[in-house]
Design a protein around this ligand. Structure first.
Ligand SMILES: [Zn+2]
Length: 267
């Protein structure tokens, strides 16, 4: 790997850390219907406005040894863990896809899904704002492809996904979960239906099939484990967004690999 490439990847990782810090803000404030832009971050316990050094991702946590500078309250390890994870997400996405539109396309999906999964785990809701943001950004990134398709120019699929495939994934994903939603009589949330339609737009038809398969598999495994441990009855609603998110991560990074393996298995 040459020098500019390594340098860009380091920049990508550091940018990811900052986006991870912002993701913490989204996860904390969005369910409380607070603005994610203002006011600047403050300690949830004593409300002291955080200083510049405190706000540096990871570094701030390390310098303060995980405690608020002003009141000494313990800061959850989740904050630096999320920052680190998003930093690595940026690093590995650009490592896999290079500095391309495809990288930004997949990064947008996985970043939003990480926020949605964390909010669903804590509050059992899938915020419409984040799902809508995903659809709007996805559509914007598809515009060059849509125009080239429309005007019959040799199509350029900068996102690595043709607009037709995106539309099919959107419809298929939404339809499958809509059926589950109706059959289970609301046992599955309406938010999950919108969410899988959004994932379908990014993943395309084949990708959506894999995401759904994996998500139901993970959900069943975890659900049965908890039931066996007696920690859960059949009636408990489980958050589904975390499984969908995990499945989408696997689809983005190893979807083609799994697909090729499956094809080889068949023939
Ligand atoms: Zn404090």
């Amino acid at each position: 790997m040459d020098f500019p490439q390594t340098f860009l990847l380091i920049v990508a990782f550091l940018t990811g850390l900052s986006f991870g810090s912002f993701l913490n803000v989204i996860v904390y404030r969005l369910p409380l219907r607070k603005s994610i832009a203002t006011p600047p971050s403050s300690c949830p316990s004593c409300s002291s406005r955080l200083g510049f050094v405190d706000l540096i991702p990871l570094f701030g946590y390390l310098v303060l040894h995980g405690h608020c500078r002003y009141c000494g309250v313990k800061i959850s390890i989740r904050y630096p863990l999320v920052e680190m994870s998003v930093g690595l997400l940026f690093l590995f996405t650009f490592l896999k896809f290079g500095f391309t539109m495809t990288a930004f396309y997949n990064l947008t999906l996985l970043y939003l899904l990480t926020a949605i999964a964390l909010i669903d785990l804590e509050h059992r809701i899938v915020p419409n704002t984040l799902v809508a943001t995903g659809l709007i950004l996805g559509l914007l990134m598809q515009l060059p492809s849509i125009f080239s398709y429309w005007f019959n120019v040799s199509p350029v699929y900068l996102t690595g996904r043709s607009p037709v495939d995106a539309l099919l994934g959107f419809l298929a994903g939404g339809a499958v979960l809509l059926i589950v939603f109706i059959v289970s009589r609301g046992g599955m949330g309406a938010g999950d239906v919108k969410l899988i339609a959004m994932i379908g737009f990014y993943a395309g038809l084949r990708g959506t099939a894999l995401v759904l398969l994996l998500a139901f598999l993970f959900g069943a495994l975890v659900g049965l484990t908890f039931m066996a441990l007696g920690r859960l009855t059949r009636k408990d609603a489980l958050p589904f967004a975390p499984y969908l998110s995990l499945a989408a991560y696997i689809q983005v990074f190893w979807g083609d690999l799994i697909w090729n393996w499956y094809i080889n298995f068949l023939i």
